[in-house]
Design a protein around this ligand. Sequence first.
Ligand code: PMP
Length: 396
Amino acid sequence: MPIQTPIYLDYHATTPVDSRVLEAMLPYFFKKFGNASSKTHAFGWEAEAAVENARLQVASLLGAQKEEIYFTSGATESNNLAILGYARANRERRNHLLSCVSEHSAVLDPLRHLTEEGFEVSFLSIDSQGKINLEELQKNLRPETLLISLMGANNEIGSLHPLEDLGKIARQHGLAFHCDATQALGKIKIDVEKMGIDLLSLSGHKIYGPKGIGALYVRSKNPKINMSPVIFGGGHEGGLRSGTLNVPGIVGLGEACEIAQREMDSENIRLKSLRDMFWQQLQDKIEDVHLNGVLENRLTNNLNVRFDYVPVQQLMMEVRDLAFSAGATCTSVKAKPSHVLQALGLSKAEVEWSARFSLGRLTNEEEIAYATQRIKEGVDKIRTSSIEYEMAKEEL
Ligand code: PMP
């Protein structure tokens, strides 16, 4: 079969809605369109039942109770609610928050905002593998530390944080642990009990569900996590997140979680084998290519690499039939160089040469072989006309 282009290799940015998810959602746009808060008639009851079923599906993927799931518009909102809502509700007790330089802007920005409200915030560094140092973490804890916010998996280099260790440290010091699990969900096993997670953010469109829907897990006991709302109104979602529920979106998110739970193990094996094959082929065919970070302890679908003297923006122009990215999609919107790659210790030039490829449910071997060939052609073309590359080669 001829290969269909453009080829999508940007699953960290977003994923297509799984046809099974779409199928589950469709009735809730027209036939079953009720408002889940309408308590007085069958349309409302039907919508409410669907929402509660989805709540259970989401909770089940996290090892949580259904009452601990609050629907939001996505992970940006969940992160804002977790950080602002927890800090503001507990400001009388403690006023210090701890996070890491490699977090997503949807965590960094609300944290920075809190400094204007009198909170103090510290950021841990990462090493060349994208790892935090637990000793540095311990040293940065203060008696007044209220919350640590650390992601499950990084959206640029796919590196994983040691969630169980973090949960233990948080417990020992009586502070809350928020985890932005947007990229980790459906790819690594998450268990909020085993991992001691108190607040967890997730998003539908990263797990083959629809865009504009997400959830926040909030621990209800051992200990109960107190929160203040960020959005006020009709008192939906126990008063924590007002606004008419997005019933089709919620149904889709629930279905996406159920599929992820069922298929995670087999899909991880398939993706890892494709990703490793991709990396091998790139190294076999192209000179002077380097991996950013390390293969161990990394999402199975992530490959972040740099081709010496090949500005990624130029590469993207050369190979328009491949869809990949220069860094995080959100940072590329703001056209800023990746803060994560800089934190890894890469030079400004190395950051500019870096490309993020992320594979997913529709990726296959043929696409990987085609992508490698096209990248090789693009890299060769750019290097042929690069005086810097020629000079660097002559120096060797
Ligand atoms: N956190 C991480 C780690 C992400 O990758 C993203 C999406 N780029 C977000 C948060 C924001 O998610 P959403 O698009 O659902 O707002």
